[in-house]
Design a binder for this molecule. Structure first.
Ligand code: NPW
Ligand code: ADP
Length: 286
């Protein structure tokens, strides 16, 4: 068992900032989103919804026709196509290498080659070697097993489940990325740092698309946190990731009120959770 720091709602509140008079959509952070596919178009909608509800200044979406249409139908705020962004969210609802189309290859490559931080999920986990800036990955246990397969720290999903804290720390070290390892307790580890545990949610969060929403929340925080990441690198990325897991967990609790939830319900609960954290953290919303 690796020693770990327990992330609290107060810790999350300290990481959040309400916009100020000098802000505009760009200073708040533009998130590029390359997620979803013809097979999993919903993952794109869920990630974009998470990002917008978590306060991204703007979202740019890049993807195939079906997810593009759904994203724009649900969120006309979204801008389509390539452009300048502060961070990328890539891979949710995308196939791995064997089934990737040429356009999928291109949009994953674009995200990793853009020189800005990347949140990598699901179908992008096998491309982290191409990164040109800090990366945070968001695997569940099976995805981490696959990501570690060719590394010096191979672990089975059962071994990861048996000691997720140590697995997250080993993975961060071996892969050179910040790892947000999803589960009932989520563990976040930056390379060489003590892992952080986050357990502020409800077991009702174990529902399809829940992790896709988390990717969007984290993407928004990373896009808005590039100054912090520039100053403190992976340590800042890990704290932003722990904060995303905390907000996601608390949003699940708020949405559930003791009963079942759908993934979109989590996203819808995020603004009130952030407002509550900002109030509790002594930083009143404007
Ligand atoms: N709305 C959307 O667009 C959504 C899109 N999503 C996107 O989907 C992608 C894949 O994500 P994932 O986590 O499902 O992938 P993965 O780790 O390969 O797991 C497969 C494992 O599950 C098991 N299994 C399957 N069915 C089972 C069953 N009935 N009962 C029991 N076991 C069952 C299966 O076992 P097997 O059948 O092989 O024995 C295998 O071990 C990813 O890109 C994600 O973003 C999701 O977020 C959902 C919402
Ligand atoms: N038993 C559980 N209790 C609390 N949270 C859970 C539980 N199981 C999963 N979660 C959370 O739900 C989300 C599931 O994400 P993921 O496995 O990627 O699902 P999906 O691919 O369907 O989006 C993660 O944020 C994870 O931490």
């Amino acid at each position: 068992m690796t020693a770990e720091r327990v992330w609290t709602a107060d810790d999350a509140a300290r990481m959040l900032r309400a916009p100020v008079a000098g802000d505009d959509k760009y200073t708040r952070g533009v998130l590029g989103v390359a997620t979803g596919s013809e097979a999993f178009p919903g993952a794109a909608v869920l990630g974009v919804e998470g990002a917008i509800r978590a306060g991204a200044g703007m979202v740019r979406y890049l993807g195939p026709a079906t997810p593009t249409g759904l994203v724009l139908h649900r969120r006309p705020e979204v801008v389509l196509g390539e452009g300048r962004v502060q961070a990328w969210l890539v891979g949710s609802g995308m196939p791995g290498a064997a089934d990737r189309t040429q356009t999928d290859q291109q949009r994953v490559g674009l995200a990793f080659n853009d020189g800005v931080p990347v949140v990598a999920d699901a179908g992008a986990l096998d491309r982290i070697d191409a990164a040109t800036a800090p990366v945070v990955i968001t695997p569940h246990y099976r995805e981490l097993e696959r990501a570690l397969d060719r590394s010096s720290a191979a672990l089975t999903a059962a071994e990861i489940a048996a000691d997720a804290s140590t697995a997250a720390a080993r993975a961060a070290e071996a892969l050179g990325v910040t790892v947000l390892l999803k589960g009932a307790t989520t563990y976040v580890a930056a390379p060489g740092a003590e892992p952080i545990s986050v357990a502020l949610g409800t077991h009702w969060l174990a529902t399809a698309g829940s992790g896709d929403v988390l990717g969007g929340i984290l993407g928004a925080f990373v896009a808005g946190g590039t100054d912090l990441i520039g100053q403190r690198g992976h340590d800042a990325l890990a704290e932003l990731a722990a904060t995303a897991a905390a907000v996601h967990g608390l949003a699940g609790v708020a949405a559930s009120a003791g009963g079942p939830i759908a993934a979109l319900d989590i996203a819808h609960a995020v603004p009130a959770v952030i407002a509550g954290l900002l109030r509790g953290g002594g930083n009143p919303p404007r």
